[in-house]
Design a protein around this ligand. Structure first.
Ligand code: NAP
Length: 432
């Protein structure tokens, strides 16, 4: 028998557990640890609430969690309740699947002003992450800006633009829905430091902007290179750029506008105690394709700024860390210690990208300790003993089901669940 600990219950964690379970069958026991008593990580806290079809992938994860070889161990934080070194004593291999939950910082003057929010915070706020329940983003001004030209920027722009009615069927949390209902924001400017050919936006997500009830995307045709230049793009990007070009033909006849501003690099934020405007420098592309400032600056008004420029992983004491992720070689951090998903390769790719990633690391684990081989680690038994000594009370998958049942039971009409946004509400639901 082999014992494995997967730390983190987002997509990367679940795909790795699935791969280990497939490789070892009943020759292994796999514990998926999470600091929260609710599973799914990015699926619950990161994927947009109006993208329910993407969230449905959690059904596949449920199958993994329900298999005899796998246990969910919630409410346990690695690095606080137990160290990685202790996990390595208890388990044959430890796989870190802790994602990338922190915002990268712009690091420009004024970025400490109130009203400037990282996308992890903003997305966490509307998705019911307990650490951001009190964020209270300023929605009282007319102008908001989003920095970055990726899919997270699109998610944030769409959520700021939708009407109450358009959130039907989503699981946006009530506090965000009510705040957005009262929002005075009319212009959302998306600032891309490079051009339309350098966007990191995918066609499905871009296409949605053209069909919003009360908002319309606006774009200046002069930002585009000649249309023939699109031929050299890979097909997905070519489609995205085609959609962007199409936005130039739309009538800006709706109450809200999502304005794309390309070749626009923020260089400072200004305001009296809170952000009021962004100082933006025009850019051109240099020979390497990077944005180079031209010295020409202008102001973009904004009383809310969301920076959507990428994420970094949380360091864990004594685990080598650099460049916003764990230092690893093809997923291997050290002896019996691995990383998968965004903790391994940084915040890139889709949810599905984590599947081959998890399977590859599971293959490496299996190469080092082939199925059928045995070890002498105590696995979950030892873990539970140690946590009991420390007064840490883990939760399991049945507990999660109770939380889920309570959330579904409290859902408002047209919403699949009312997510609890306080840790104490999760704990109440499981009788703690
Ligand atoms: P991303 O795709 O890496 O995009 C980050 C954007 O920020 C880029 O446009 C980048 O510009 C810009 N940026 C970085 N540093 C900057 C700076 N200092 N100043 C100005 N701009 C800066 O990251 P993301 O949008 O956070 O998405 C993370 C991952 O999740 C991606 O793989 C994304 O596709 C995925 N995701 C998918 C979905 C979906 O499928 N529905 C939804 C959300 C997220 P440069 O290109 O110039 O560096």
């Amino acid at each position: 028998m082999r014992h494995f600990a997967v730390v983190g219950s987002g997509p990367a964690g679940f795909y790795t557990a699935e791969a280990l379970e497939k490789a070892y069958g009943d020759q292994a026991r796999i514990d998926i640890l999470d600091r929260f008593p609710v599973p799914y990580g990015l699926i619950r806290f990161g994927v947009a609430p109006d993208h329910q079809s993407l969230k449905a992938v959690s059904k596949r994860y449920d199958k993994v969690a329900e298999s005899a070889a796998v246990d969910f161990v919630g409410n346990v934080m690695v690095g606080r309740d137990i160290s990685v070194a202790e996990l390595l004593d208890l388990y044959d291999a430890v796989i870190l699947a802790t994602g990338a939950p922190h915002d990268r910082k712009l690091g420009i003057p004024g970025d400490e002003l109130a009203g400037i929010i990282g996308s992890a915070e903003f997305v966490g706020w509307y998705n019911g992450h307990p650490e951001f329940a009190d964020l209270d983003p300023p929605l009282g001004g007319e102008h908001a800006a989003i920095i970055g030209a990726g899919n997270v920027a699109l998610d944030c722009a769409r959520i700021l633009s939708k009407t109450h009615h358009e959130f039907e069927g989503s699981d946006i949390v009530s506090h965000a829905l009510h705040a957005l209902d009262r929002s005075a924001i009319r212009t959302i400017t998306i600032l891309g430091r490079r051009g339309p050919h350098q966007i990191a936006m995918t066609p499905k997500e871009l296409g949605e902007l053209a069909h919003l009830e009360a908002a319309v995307p606006v774009i200046e045709p002069h930002d585009f290179p000649p249309v023939e230049a699109d031929d050299a793009l890979e097909p997905g990007l070519r489609k995205s750029v085609g959609l962007l070009r199409g936005f130039a033909d739309l009538e800006a006849d709706k109450a809200k506008r999502i304005v794309f501003d390309f070749f626009a690099k923020p260089v400072a934020f200004e305001g009296d105690g809170k952000v009021e405007r962004i100082v933006v420098e025009r850019t051109v592309l240099d020979e390497s394709g990077a944005a180079r400032g031209t010295g020409e600056t202008y102001h973009v008004p904004a009383s809310l700024v969301v920076t959507a420029i990428g994420y970094s992983t949380s360091p864990i004491p004594h685990v080598p860390f650099g460049g916003g992720k764990f230092v690893n070689e093809s997923g291997r951090i050290g002896e019996r210690l691995f990383a998968v998903g965004w903790a391994r390769r940084g915040p890139t790719g889709t949810i599905g990208t984590n599947r081959p990633d998890g399977y590859e690391v599971a293959d490496q684990v299996a190469a080092g300790m082939p199925p059928g081989s045995t070890g002498d680690r105590s696995g979950s038994e030892g873990l539970k003993r140690l946590l009991t000594e420390r007064g840490v009370m883990p939760s399991d998958y049945d507990d999660w089901r109770k939380i889920e049942e309570a959330e579904v039971g409290q859902a408002r009409p047209g919403c699949p669940r009312e997510k609890f946004v306080r840790v104490e509400h999760w704990l109440q639901a499981i009788g703690r």
